[in-house]
Write a protein that binds this ligand. Structure first.
Ligand code: SDX
Length: 427
């Protein structure tokens, strides 16, 4: 990597030279590794590159998202999700033969160990599906001992196949458990998204093929959510992975981080917000609340740490939302019209324009998933299902780069050293 140099001059010290690395796309970075008597301070990592990566690139100003160099719009339109999984994992689109082999290896891993269904019995039926998924995915490390050795490439590959293949099965089991219906086994003659819909909505007493248009829409939604640079949950997976933790534990950590409403939980929060707003006549009241610093309310599905332009995924999601609503005969879905009007008003409001707050991937996903028949408590579960390939790809890259254990420093502002005060002297 070619580099210029930056100079850092500290009080009463001679200037320190720091290498500047130029990326293939995006912003130069200054390597501060050689700093020893001063730390940099960047809570929230707004200006800190945590790693080098070749997987995904976002240009927040232009609203560009590339997976291994391919624009998200083209992948969402032309590729199947499993092709995108191959691309993220291996760096290139699969040939016809590679695609067939990859799809077959995923298909033969879709079932889970039969004992895993017993894990569900330990949860209340009204447990949030994310709480169940968090526990069950972490517990996979108790079942698949031949994919735990992170230094063994075969183990890593097997773990990747198992996670990508089993997440839809586990997600559907979370849903079935919450509604008291029997678990539905995967079917090898269905594609990835069809299989998920089959396991979600199939019942033992009827054999119905999933709706192909809804399955294609869901497949596209998986692609839109597959990876996104070093977001909070991916950074969590990398940090957990840097300790040598097994892949199932690392993905479970990523699921935990994704659950927050500021991150992957925003799709569920956004639909709940639209339902709370209820009608176009209430929009201005909520816009006012979103702008009020004393009110914790934020416009869910709006704003982004990196995108300071329209999230390209939100554009594809809005189109997909329209298609799904039409297919299910809900083209006049009031919540969709409300969302469109809320977007229009917000994008004309100087508070949002000034801060470059645009709809993000979560703004339309909730309405779309709801129209497919998926309850809002399952939205982040589906985000986790789709993001698993991104987490695993980034985790693999970190291990291949022999990353050192992640251990940030701090700005300490607590008490200076003082002596212990025995209890009888504390009043
Ligand atoms: C995802 O990182 C990723 O890539 C994440 C993700 C992925 O694919 O992995 O893209 C998925 O998490 C998308 C984001 C989903 N979250 C939401 O929709 C929740 C609502 N959005 C906000 O919470 C917020 O926009 C964040 C968390 C997304 C970003 O927060 P930042 O970058 O820390 O921005 P900020 O809080 O510093 O906001 C800057 C200003 C502030 O106002 P000022 O203090 O400058 O006056 O914008 C305001 C904020 O108050 N602001 C909002 C707002 N988002 C930011 N005001 C009202 N409503 C909002 N949604």
């Amino acid at each position: 990597m070619s580099h210029d140099k930056a100079q850092l001059t500290l009080p009463n010290q001679s200037p320190v030279e720091l290498p500047i690395y130029q990326p293939t796309l995006g912003t130069d970075v200054i390597d501060i590794n050689t700093l020893h008597n001063v730390f940099t301070y960047d809570p929230g990592f707004t200006a800190t590159a945590s790693c080098e990566s070749k997987i995904t690139f976002i240009d927040g100003e232009k609203g560009i998202l590339l997976y291994r160099g391919y624009p998200i719009e083209q992948l969402a339109e032309q590729a199947e999700f499993l092709e995108v999984c191959y691309l993220l994992l291996h760096g290139e689109l699969p040939t016809h033969m590679q695609k067939e082999q990859f799809n077959h290896r995923i298909t033969i891993h879709t079932m889970v160990h039969e004992q895993i269904s017993k894990l569900f019995q330990g949860f209340r039926r009204d447990a949030h599906p994310m709480a169940i998924m968090l526990g069950v995915v972490g517990a996979l490390s108790a079942f698949y001992h031949d994919s735990l050795d992170i230094q063994n490439p075969q183990h890593r590959e097997r773990a990747a196949f198992r996670l990508i293949a089993k997440m839809p099965t586990i997600a559907a089991m979370c849903y079935k458990y919450s509604i008291g219906q029997p678990f539905i086994y995967p079917q090898n003659d269905l594609n990835y998204a069809e299989n998920f819909l089959h396991m979600m909505f199939g019942v033992p007493c009827a054999q119905e093929k999933p709706n192909a248009i809804l399955a294609r829409a869901l497949d596209r939604i998986f692609t839109l959510h597959a990876d996104h640079e070093q977001n909070a949950s991916t950074s969590t997976v990398r940090l957990a992975g840097s300790t040598g933790a097994n892949p199932f534990a690392c993905i479970s950590a990523g699921i935990a981080a994704l659950w927050g409403p500021a991150h992957g939980g925003a799709n569920e929060a956004c639909l709940n917000m639209l339902r709370e707003i209820g009608s176009v006549s209430h929009i201005n009241d909520y816009i006012k609340r979103a702008k009020d610093k004393n009110d914790p309310f934020r416009l869910m599905g709006f704003g982004h740490r990196v995108y300071k332009n329209y999230d390209p995924r939100a554009k594809v999601m809005r189109q997909t939302c329209h298609e799904v609503l039409k297919e299910v005969g809900a083209a006049d879905e009031p919540l969709f019209k409300l969302a469109l009007e809320l977007e229009r008003i917000a994008l004309e409001d100087e508070y949002f324009v000034e801060r470059k707050l645009y709809p993000n991937v979560d703004f339309y996903s909730g309405i779309t998933l709801s129209a497919i028949g998926i309850p809002s408590t399952m939205f982040t579960v589906i985000f986790a299902l789709a993001r698993t390939v991104g987490w695993i790809s980034q985790w693999n890259e970190m291990i291949a780069d022999n990353a050192r254990i992640g251990r940030p420093r701090q700005l300490y502002t607590g008490p200076t050293q003082r002596d212990f005060v025995p209890l009888d002297q504390r009043g």
